[in-house]
Ligand binder design. Structure first.
Ligand code: NAP
Length: 486
C-alpha cells in the first residue's frame, strides 16, 4: 500500500472512480489511492436513497462491461442493488483496500518544480503524479432558490439526502420538482401519504418503462452462458443508439412525440390534467424520463398538481402566485443538481496557478471531455460534454478509462513526465463539439435545461452516439498532446 505519494490519486469512489481503479490495476498500475469524502463507496448510488430510486437505463447496460451481473432482479434494478453491485465489484476486483474513506479533498495544485499534484484533504497533503477527478455530475444536491425555504415548520430534505427517520405515512407531503428523481419518488409516496402536493415548474416527457422482474430462467441462462448476457447488452446498446436519432432530427422527433404522447393520453383521461402535464418543448430537450407509474399516481384523488409558480415557502406550506397556500407537513426537494458547475473546479489549480473555474468562467470545456490544456496529468471522468441523454453513461466512463490508459502508455513510450492537450487541439475539439450541439434538440427544443451552463452552452452532453465517443477516445493522437520530456 502506498503512503502519501501515490503515483495516481483518484477523487471519488462512485462508478467512475472504482472503474478507473480497476482499469489501472488490470494494466499493472497499482500505485494508487482513492480518496472518498463519505464513509462508504457508491457516489450518487449511495446518496440517492429515496423511495422508488432505480436506474432508468436497463441494468444489463448500466453495469461494467467487464463485470457482468447475471443476478439483476429487474430490467431496471433498484438503487440498493446497484449500490451493492458496485460494493461487490470493488471487493472482488481488489480495489476496496485502495479507498481512503472520510477524506474530503479541499484543494489540488500542480507543482511545476516536482511535476506533481499537491492535493489537500481532510487528513493532510498528498502528492501524486496523476490526478483523476471522479466526483461525478450528480454529487452536490441543489436546493431551490425560493424565499422562505428555511421557514417551513416541518422537516425539509432533498431527494439526494433522504431522511428516512421522518414519518411520511398518513401525512401531507409536498414535493418540488418533476424531474427524474421526482417521478420515481411520487408513485412510491402516493399510496402512503394522506395528501401529496406536486409542484411542477415544467412538465417532463415521460415514456413507458416496461420494467419487469428478471425470470429465474433468464438469470440461470446468463450464469451458465455468459455470452447470452453479452448479446442482451449489445442489443440494448444498439436500441439506445437509435434513441439518439430524435434528439438530432426534427422528423423522427415529431414521431417520437406522438408515440410518447400516447402514453400520456392512455394513462391520463382527464383532459385538463393531461394538458397541464404536456411538455411545451421538444422531446429530449430536458432529460427524457421513463415511468409506467408516474401518470397513474398523478390521477389519484390524494394527489394535487400545482403549476402556479411558488412565490414563497411559508411555515405551513407552499404559497403560489395565485395567492393560495398548499399546506404540508413535510417538504421534499426533488430539485436536482448542477452538473455544469463541478464542485472541485474552483480549487484545482493548474500550471499557471489559475483554477479550472477561472479558466472555464462558467462554461466547462475539456479535450475529449477528459483532459485540459494547462492542467498536466489531470483527468476528468464524466467531464464536460460526456453526459448522455439516451444511454448508459458507464459506457462513456469506460471509453474515458481507455483514454487515460492510452495517455499513460504514451508517457511511458516517450519517457515523458507530463501530458496535457495542446491548446490548439482542445480548442479545435471544443469548436467541433459546440457545432455538433447546434442542431440538437437541447439547443433548439425550446427549453432551458441543466445541460446548459451559465452562458447557455451545452457543457454537459455528448452530441453523438456512444460508439463515436468510443472510437474517438480509443487511440490517443500523440500530436494532440504536449509532453514534458525533461
Ligand atoms: P432534475 O432533472 O434537475 O429535476 C429538478 C426538478 O426540480 C425539475 O422539475 C425542475 O424544474 C425543478 N425545480 C428546480 N428548481 C425549482 C424551483 N426553484 N421551483 C420549482 N421547481 C424547481 O433533477 P433530478 O430529478 O434529481 O434528476 C437529475 C438527474 O439525475 C437526471 O437528469 C438523471 O441524469 C439523474 N437521475 C437518474 C436517475 C436514474 O434512474 N438513472 C434517477 C434520478 C435522477 P424545471 O424543469 O422547470 O427546471
Amino acid at each position: 500500500m502506498t503512503g502519501r505519494t501515490p503515483r495516481i490519486l483518484i477523487v471519488g469512489s462512485g462508478f467512475a472512480g472504482i472503474g478507473m481503479a480497476i482499469a489501472l490495476r488490470r494494466r499493472g498500475l497499482t500505485d494508487l489511492v482513492i480518496l472518498e469524502r463519505a464513509e462508504t463507496l457508491g457516489g450518487t448510488w449511495r446518496d440517492n436513497r429515496y423511495p422508488g430510486c432505480a436506474c432508468d437505463v436497463e441494468s444489463v447496460l448500466y453495469s461494467f462491461s467487464f463485470e457482468p451481473n447475471p443476478e439483476w432482479s429487474r430490467t431496471f434494478s433498484p438503487q440498493p442493488e446497484i449500490e451493492a453491485y458496485l460494493q461487490r465489484v470493488a471487493e472482488t476486483s481488489g480495489v476496496l483496500p485502495f479507498v481512503r474513506f472520510g477524506e474530503e479533498v479541499t484543494g489540488a495544485t500542480w507543482d511545476e518544480a516536482t511535476h506533481r499534484w499537491c492535493v489537500t484533504s481532510t487528513s493532510g497533503t498528498w502528492q501524486a503524479e496523476h490526478l483523476v477527478v471522479a466526483t461525478g455530475a450528480l454529487s452536490d444536491p441543489v436546493p431551490p432558490a425560493i424565499p422562505g425555504l428555511d421557514t417551513f415548520a416541518g422537516p425539509t430534505f432533498h431527494t439526494a439526502a433522504w431522511d428516512a427517520t421522518v414519518p411520511l405515512d398518513g401525512r401531507r407531503v409536498a414535493i418540488i420538482g418533476t424531474g427524474a428523481s421526482a417521478i420515481q419518488a411520487i408513485p412510491a409516496l402516493q399510496p402512503r401519504v394522506a395528501h401529496l402536493t406536486v409542484a411542477q415548474r415544467t412538465p417532463a416527457w415521460v415514456m413507458p418503462r416496461w420494467d419487469r422482474a428478471t425470470p429465474a430462467w433468464r438469470r440461470a441462462l446468463y450464469r451458465r452462458l455468459p455470452v447470452t448476457q453479452r448479446l442482451a447488452r449489445l442489443l440494448q446498446y444498439l436500441r439506445h443508439e437509435t434513441l439518439f436519432v430524435p434528439f438530432r432530427h426534427a422528423g423522427p422527433r415529431r414521431l417520437a412525440e406522438w408515440i410518447i404522447g400516447w402514453h400520456l393520453r392512455r394513462q391520463v383521461r382527464d383532459p385538463e390534467l393531461r394538458r397541464r402535464l404536456t411538455p411545451p418543448y421538444g422531446i429530449g430537450c430536458k432529460r427524457l424520463l421513463l415511468s409506467d407509474a408516474y401518470y397513474p399516481a398523478m390521477t389519484q384523488s390524494n394527489v394535487s398538481l400545482v403549476t402556479d409558480a411558488i412565490v414563497r415557502i411559508r411555515p405551513e406550506g407552499l404559497e403560489t402566485a395565485d395567492g393560495r397556500t398548499h399546506a404540508a407537513d413535510v417538504l421534499i426537494l426533488a430539485t436536482g443538481f448542477r452538473p455544469t458547475d463541478p464542485p472541485l473546479a474552483p480549487v484545482i489549480r493548474g500550471r499557471d496557478g489559475r483554477s479550472l473555474a477561472d479558466v472555464w468562467r462558467g462554461s466547462p470545456a475539456a479535450y475529449l471531455g477528459t483532459t485540459v490544456a494547462g492542467f498536466p496529468n489531470l483527468f476528468l471522468l464524466n467531464g464536460p460534454g460526456t453526459g448522455l441523454g439516451h444511454s448508459s453513461v458507464l459506457m462513456m466512463f469506460e471509453a474515458q478509462f481507455a483514454h487515460v490508459l492510452g495517455v499513460l502508455d504514451l508517457l511511458a513510450r516517450r519517457n515523458a513526465r507530463t501530458a496535457e492537450p495542446t491548446a490548439a487541439a482542445q480548442a479545435a475539439y471544443v469548436r467541433w463539439l459546440d457545432a455538433a450541439h447546434a442542431d440538437t434538440v437541447w439547443s433548439r427544443g425550446g427549453c432551458r435545461s441543466w445541460y446548459l451552463d451559465s452562458t447557455g452552452r451545452n457543457a454537459a452532453l455528448w452530441p453523438h452516439g456512444v460508439g463515436r465517443f468510443r472510437r474517438m477516445t480509443r487511440r490517443v493522437r500523440p500530436d494532440d498532446y504536449a509532453l514534458d520530456l525533461t
